[in-house]
Write a protein that binds this ligand. Structure first.
Ligand code: CMP
Length: 235
């Protein structure tokens, strides 16, 4: 056990991570004995696309952006992750290189689980293996939905989709007068796979619909159901 790590706390944290949900106590104890805590400052790159990877990350605090650079040189944000999500498992399965870059958008704390320990947990505990498969299936489903939206929806529909995804995944601050998304138009453009100018116009259209309010560097979602209607073209 790493110095300074409180085993019961680590076990309680691990029990809430999707990878270990419903796993036997013994699996949590084994994992708690091998994970290593790390922290990263805001702006730190945890790893870059193409790097060789030997560990996955169990996110305990902060916000992480996963992104790729597309063939045209534009950044595409794949996901914004917050605790208790995990990432970085793909380089431990098959190809050893990172499929995306991970950037700390705030101060981040995480536990690292290394390849051999991860593989041992997967082969010993079927629940952990099933949880991994479920996460990968959910991610694939999300990508299929996104591919549909990005190919067939107009700009307000795409931006509505991105805002709803952030809202549902909890990457917002819930306040009395709506859910606050603290991202720039460029950040939203990277998520929606479009340009900043297009996002600015789409946000204006959504604001005129009365479903959001915008201020520099933030969007307030005031009517998620209305956003859903825009996404489905009912309004
Ligand atoms: P890895 O390839 O090791 O490093 C980048 C990580 O980003 C990858 O593992 C996954 O954990 C994660 N990742 C890749 N693609 C997506 C996606 N479409 N949605 C969410 N996470 C992803």
């Amino acid at each position: 056990m790493h110095e300074g790590v409180d085993a019961p706390d680590t076990i309680a944290f691990l029990a809430g991570v999707p990878l270990f949900q419903g796993a036997p106590q013994r699996a949590l104890e084994v994992a708690a004995g091998v994970v290593r805590p790390r922290s990263f400052d805001e702006g730190a790159v945890l790893f870059r696309e193409g790097d060789t990877g030997d560990a996955l990350y169990l996110l305990a605090g902060g916000l992480v952006k996963l992104s790729k650079v597309d063939l045209g040189g534009h950044e595409k944000t794949l996901a914004l992750l917050q605790p208790p999500e995990f990432f970085g498992e793909m380089a431990l399965l098959g190809q050893a290189t990172r499929s995306a870059t991970a950037l700390a958008l705030s101060k981040v704390s995480a536990y690292m689980l290394f390849r051999d320990d991860f593989q041992r947990l997967l082969t010993t505990y079927p629940t952990v293996n099933l949880n991994l498969t479920t996460t990968l299936a959910n991610r694939l489903r999300g990508m299929d939905d996104e591919a549909q939206v990005l190919s067939y929806k107009d700009a307000p529909g795409r931006v509505a989709y991105v805002l709803l995804r952030l809202y549902r995944s909890g990457v917002v601050s819930l306040e009395a007068n709506g859910a606050l998304v603290r991202l720039t138009h460029q950040d939203l453009a990277n998520l929606a796979g479009t340009s900043r100018e297009t996002v600015t116009r789409a946000l204006k259209a959504l604001e005129e619909e009365g479903v959001i309010m915008t201020r520099p560097k933030e969007v307030r979602i005031i009517d998620p159901d209305g956003l859903e209607e825009v996404l489905h073209g009912i309004r």
